[in-house]
Design a protein around this ligand. Structure first.
Ligand SMILES: [Zn+2]
Length: 391
């Protein structure tokens, strides 16, 4: 059994009510998950109520939503109040679950930058985003004001979330604006750094150092392992597969959590990630030494909500696949898949009135998988999204 058995919920792209979250917490507690990773900040909204930085509360609202084929022409979003977040923390604690909040940076920060444009390279004005994607507007690590505000926000996170871990993101960080920022170039020269992956980690390491100094440990997405200088006190969350730098980080003493996207990203349809595939999750990576294998702390399933705006759909995507992830986290996914299927009805009974996907959709063939990917591409890539990625 792994010490880290996690479940991520994205409450930015689409929110869930406190009661809906509690229902999910009840279910993951039955499955013996012990970490609730709560994704609270991103390009499309800011969900953490701040007293020190009240402009952030306005950055919770996007003017409209345009996720793939779903266009909704009305303002969306609010922050979770500190009282609500504390309620979730104590609800989880009563069930043996630690809440790990995520403040994603230096990328995925359009909502923060919309409130504090001075923190982007060149003080560029940034709008909160209304669709999915990877955006070039990111924090400028050469600006001291960036750290002042980020540390101030983190201080508030620490007050609300008492657990050991804080997730600080680090994924999907295009370096375009750093390349053309005179302050960033000057900073890199001063530091004697030529690579942008290393430059990103100068930023990450400063945040890690700040939080370590306050008795917390940081989790970061494994994109950061591309820079060889990532602080070994950080734990990488492996989501991108075939990533040699991650294996190097782990083999040289770094710790990791496994969330390979083609097994653990439960927002993908069953056609793309069928239950049998999730159940076959291996808890090692290619390229790990015997010593390296000992540095895997656990497994985490994720539910990103760009395309999930109702709780029944969310529950159906999660169940029964979350049961399969829990088996891997508990080291119990060794029995044949067909026997595992026989156990599901009894587990379903223990989970109360959680919605399950129709059994006919659980196990798919390779052909269905190809059709599923075509459907995925057609649905997700709107004109606005493609324009953003190219320009
Ligand atoms: Zn800059």
């Amino acid at each position: 059994m792994f010490e880290y058995r996690g479940f991520l919920l994205d409450s930015v792209r689409h929110m869930q009510s406190i009661d809906e979250i509690k229902k999910l917490i009840d279910a993951i507690a039955v499955l013996k998950f012990n970490k609730f990773h709560w994704h609270l900040t991103d390009d499309q909204g800011w969900r953490f109520e701040s007293e020190s930085f009240p402009e952030l509360n306005a950055a919770a609202v996007r003017p409209y939503s345009d996720f793939g084929k779903q266009y909704i022409d009305e303002p969306y979003g609010r922050v979770y109040t500190k009282a609500e977040m504390r309620e979730i923390v104590s609800y989880c604690a009563e069930r043996g679950i630690e809440v790990i909040p995520e403040f994603d940076m230096p990328g995925h920060t359009s909502s923060l930058l919309s409130a504090y444009p001075g923190l982007a390279c060149g003080g560029k004005e940034v709008k909160i985003k209304t669709h999915q994607g990877i955006f070039k507007d990111i924090l400028c690590p050469a600006n001291e004001k960036t750290y002042e505000i980020v540390f101030g926000i983190l201080d508030e996170f620490l007050e609300v979330f008492p657990g050991r871990y804080i997730h600080i993101g680090g994924d999907e960080t295009p370096h375009t604006q750093w390349e053309s920022c005179p302050d960033c170039r000057k900073k890199m020269k001063e530091l004697g750094i030529t690579g942008f992956a290393e430059y990103q980690n100068v930023f990450m390491n400063r945040i890690i150092d700040y939080l370590e100094g306050r008795g917390r440990h940081c989790i970061v997405w494994n994109d950061t392992a591309k820079g060889k200088n990532l602080d070994k006190r950080a734990i990488i969350q492996y989501w991108k597969e075939h990533n040699k730098p991650s294996a190097d980080f782990i083999n040289s003493g770094g710790k990791a959590i496994l969330s390979p996207f083609s097994y653990c990203y439960l927002d993908y349809d069953y056609e793309i990630t069928p239950l049998n595939r999730v159940y076959s999750l291996k808890t090692v990576l290619p390229g790990l030494t015997e010593e390296g294998k000992k540095n895997i702390l656990g497994v985490e399933a994720t539910l990103w909500t760009e395309y999930i705006d109702d709780i029944t759909r969310l529950e159906k995507l999660a169940f029964p696949r979350l049961i399969a992830v829990s088996k891997a986290a508990l080291g119990e996914n060794k029995k044949p898949y067909k026997e595992f299927l026989l156990d599901i009805p009894e587990i379903k009974n223990q989970l109360g009135d959680i919605a399950f996907a129709d059994e006919k959709t659980w196990t798919e063939s390779r052909l269905a998988m190809i059709a599923g990917w075509l459907k995925f591409v057609k649905r997700n890539y709107s004109g606005e999204y493609i324009k953003e990625q190219i320009l």
